[in-house]
Design a protein around this ligand. Structure first.
Ligand SMILES: Nc1ncnc2c1ncn2[C@@H]1O[C@H](COP(=O)(O)OP(=O)(O)OP(=O)(O)O)[C@@H](O)[C@H]1O
Length: 235
């Protein structure tokens, strides 16, 4: 279970926090994190992923604190993160890239390679595993990033705008891939309400770094209501 307790993150040399006093408890299912540009979605995901130390408050993953030296490794083994934007080493093959990131998590070389291959197969890229990343389309590279999260075989996936920039077919593929993981815990940020409504079991709406709504995705939750909660992007 992921617990976020009074989490506040303020970047250096900024006047206001990007995430303020957020409380969350995530168990099984897909939780969608919604919010306008600049609402704090990436900041919150990065803080939960162990990549961005909270200014105050606490994150725990199965009661382990990713920011406590002795607990960090065990905590991070339980989560996998798909970043929104990140450069890839263009001259590595998809398989080498995913296997390398899996190896970095402490797996043996051959285990990392076989988990990487399974994950690439799961995202429909087995046939492109030996291709260099520079030869893959943007949508395929998003799927490679998803594959590296799957290859970690972690109980929790943190996905930062997994479908953004994909064409409708690739988006549908991504939605199905995520749906296939719904038995675990998934926290994903998205701007695509249609995908959220079809996928999520619960929804959290951020506005200027604060949670303005949190709850299950019931039949009363619809697009126009969510849009009104999300509001306008920050100036
Ligand atoms: N490295 C940083 N240094 C200073 N401020 C930052 C940094 N990263 C983000 N911010 C600020 O924090 C706020 C939240 O940004 P964040 O990227 O978390 O929002 P977001 O909801 O993910 O936005 P988007 O939908 O555009 O990806 C914004 O005001 C942004 O300008």
């Amino acid at each position: 279970m992921i617990k976020v307790n009074a989490l506040t993150v303020r970047y250096p040399r900024t006047a206001t926090p990007s995430v303020s006093e957020v409380f969350l408890q995530l168990t099984e299912g897909v939780t969608a994190l919604l919010g306008a540009n600049g609402a704090g979605k990436t900041t919150l995901l990065r803080a939960v992923s162990g990549a961005l130390s909270p200014t105050s408050g606490r994150v725990t993953i199965d009661d382990l604190n990713p920011y406590a030296r002795r607990e960090r490794k065990s905590a991070l083994n339980r989560i996998a993160f798909m970043p929104q934007t990140a450069a890839v080493p263009r001259d590595l093959t998809a398989l080498d890239f995913v296997a390398y990131l899996t190896w970095m998590r402490g797996k043996g070389r051959s285990e990392a390679r076989s988990q990487a291959m399974q994950a690439l197969d799961a995202v429909g890229l087995a046939g492109r595993a030996e291709d260099k990343l520079k030869k893959l389309s943007g949508g395929m590279v998003r799927r490679v990033w998803f594959a590296q999260a799957l290859a970690a075989q972690a109980g929790t996936l943190l996905l930062d705008e997994p479908s953004t920039g994909l064409d409708p077919r690739q988006r549908a593929t991504m939605v199905e891939l995520i749906r296939g993981r719904a038995k675990g815990t998934v926290l994903l940020s998205s701007h695509i309400i249609e995908d959220v409504l079809s996928l999520a079991t619960s929804v959290v709406v951020l506005r200027e770094g604060r949670v303005v709504h949190q709850g299950p995705l019931t039949s009363e939750v619809n697009e126009s209501w969510l849009l009104s909660l999300i509001g306008d992007p920050e100036e």
